[in-house]
Design a protein around this ligand. Sequence first.
Ligand code: MN3
Length: 227
Amino acid sequence: MKTKAILTFTIVLGLITINNKIMAQNYIFPELPYVYDALEPYIDARTMEIHYTKHHRAYYDNFVKAAGEAKIDHLPLEDIFSGVSAYSPAVRNNGGGYYNHMLFWNVMGPNAGGQPEGKLLKAIIEAFGSFDKFKADFENAAKTQFGSGWAWLAVDAGGKLFVSQTLNQDNPLMDVASKRGVPILGLDVWEHAYYLKYQNRRAEYVGIFWNVVNWKKVAELYEATLK
Ligand code: MN3
C-alpha cells in the first residue's frame, strides 16, 4: 500500500516536471506590470495601451508564428538571439520586439525614478565615472539612434556595464549587435513609443524617462548577471 502511494506520487511528480518543461518552452505574453495610466504624466495611458496591446502583442504573435515555422519554438529566447543571424528577419525582428518590450515594461514603474543604490550604483560609477555621466551617455545613445531602435545599459561578458544603441528591434543579446551583453535597462525610441504625447520631440521623451525608471528592478537584473 505504502509502495503504491510512493509510486503514484512519483508518477504525478514526474508528470508535473514534464509539464513544467513543456510550459517553459512555450512563450507567454505577460501582463503589463501596472495599469495603463500608471506612468502618467510622463507616459500617457493611450500610448501605453496601444504600445502594449497592439505593438507588443503583434511582435509576440508574429514571433510565435515565425519560431514555429522555423521549428525553434522549443528554444529559450537567449539561445535564439545568440545565433539570430542564422534565422529569418521575422524571427529576428519579432523575437526582438517580443523580448525588448517585456524588459522595457519591467524596468519602468510608478513612483520610480531617482538613483540606483548599492552594487549597481558602484558598477555605474566604475564604468562611466559618475551617475550623471552614465545618464548623459545613455541619453546620447537614445537621441542619436537614427530612425527606429533602442538605447541600452547592458553587462558585458566580463561583468562590466556599457551603453549602446541598436537598430529596429535588435538587442545586445543578438550576434548581430556591435556590442554584446545582457541588457538590464532599455529605452524604446521608436516613434510609436512617444509620438502621441511628444510628437517629434524625442529628446524631451528621453529626458522624462528617468522619472519612470524602476532602479530596484534594474539592480535585480544586474545582480542576476553576476551569478
Ligand atoms: Mn515599441
